[in-house]
Design a protein around this ligand. Structure first.
Ligand code: NAD
Length: 324
């Protein structure tokens, strides 16, 4: 029998171990595997907790060499009552050949990087090569991660942004400064100047309208991950070619839920971005086409990135190994 060890990589070590590039590669590969049928996400469990107004759940899946789940959720009073961040999660990985536990990996920082990697993958595969202006809708915690990752995908020359709460816009200015790019706060119609737009808000009604978007734009709509949330006007999806991480989620909890419910598009109009990565869908076919990626967030993104962290931590000797 081979020696078996549990690998532990705690939250505090992950920023030093996980790069944007590794997150991108892991997410791109797993999206491709999902589209070719080699990988599948399990149904999501999400439950209200009896205390602290918390929501807790599990997102799991299986892919070549990867089996596991992310357990976690949202504790809205953590910050004010305990000085802890409100989103808390941990990834558990298992050996797909035997079912034995393999690793425990902190899931908080990982979630931000895997979400940014998803929109980045969509930008790499769907945005025009000559995209110059990045537009941001949203300026919260995820927005800064999204922006840093997106800026690596094209030779952007400028960032423009809008946020419901303008006092948060300096978060975007700071990332633009780091990248040495000018940043301009705009009203929503000003986003017509953007070649790529990322929406990452917790909005429950559309803010970005179809006529705020110019022909040829690529959009990554990343904030809508629950029934009822909505960031963009449903008519925009009817004008666009719509891609997603997972079609079943896109039409139920993603941005496409509203356009499908209104009869503007059908489930069959939504394509997994993995099909573009695999070359079974052509992706963007003209410079005028609007492409829209509906990023709903799947468990396999977390598991793939966690597996990559484990590999790095074991290789460089920083992981804690516990004999089983
Ligand atoms: P945050 O609380 O740090 O920021 C929220 C942002 O939404 C801010 O820019 C805020 O101004 C804006 N906002 C709040 N209410 C709004 C409204 N009514 N209309 C328009 N804008 C509004 O949150 P965050 O951590 O940056 O997360 C943003 C969103 O992304 C959340 O909805 C979260 O659930 C979602 N998310 C999605 C994924 C995914 O995989 N798709 C992953 C993580 C988070």
């Amino acid at each position: 029998m081979t020696r078996h060890e549990l690998v532990i990589v705690p939250e505090g070590m992950i920023p030093g171990l996980l790069t944007r590039e590794a997150s991108f590669d892991a997410v791109e590969k797993v999206f491709a595997a999902m589209a070719s049928g080699e990988a599948a996400n399990f149904p999501v469990v999400r439950e209200a907790m009896p205390t602290e107004d918390a929501l807790y759940g599990f997102k799991g899946g299986v892919a070549p060499g990867i089996l596991g789940l992310k357990a976690g959720g949202y504790w809205p009073h953590n910050l004010e009552r305990r000085g802890l961040i409100n989103h808390q999660s941990t990834v558990f990985l298992f050996d797909p050949e035997t079912g034995r536990v393999k690793a425990l990996v902190g899931g908080n920082y990982l979630t931000a990087l895997r979400t940014a990697a998803a929109s980045s993958v969509s930008i790499r595969h769907l945005a025009r090569e000559d995209a110059k202006v990045l537009g941001m809708v949203g300026a919260g915690h995820q927005a800064t991660f999204q922006m840093r990752a997106a800026l690596e995908q094209r030779d952007f020359e400028k960032v423009i942004g809008w946020n419901l709460h303008p006092e948060m816009l300096p978060n975007l200015q700071k990332v633009a400064d780091e990248a040495g790019l000018p940043f301009e706060a705009v009203e929503l119609p000003g986003l017509r100047e953007a070649d790529v737009i990322i929406t990452i808000t917790s909005s429950f009604s559309p803010t970005l309208m179809a006529d705020h978007v110019s022909p040829g734009t690529h959009l990554a709509c990343m904030g809508t991950d629950t029934k009822g949330k909505q960031e963009v006007e449903a008519a925009l999806l009817a004008r666009a070619t719509v891609f997603t991480d997972e079609v079943a989620q896109s039409v139920t909890i993603g941005e496409a839920q509203h356009a499908v419910a209104a009869g503007l598009i059908a489930e069959g109009d939504v394509t997994p971005v993995g099909a573009v990565i695999n070359g079974t869908h052509p992706g963007r076919t003209s410079a005028e086409e609007i492409t829209l990626f509906d990023g709903t967030g799947v468990g396999l993104q977390d598991l793939a990135v966690a597996a990559s962290i484990v590999e790095t931590a074991v290789a460089d000797g920083t992981a804690t190994l516990v004999p089983l």
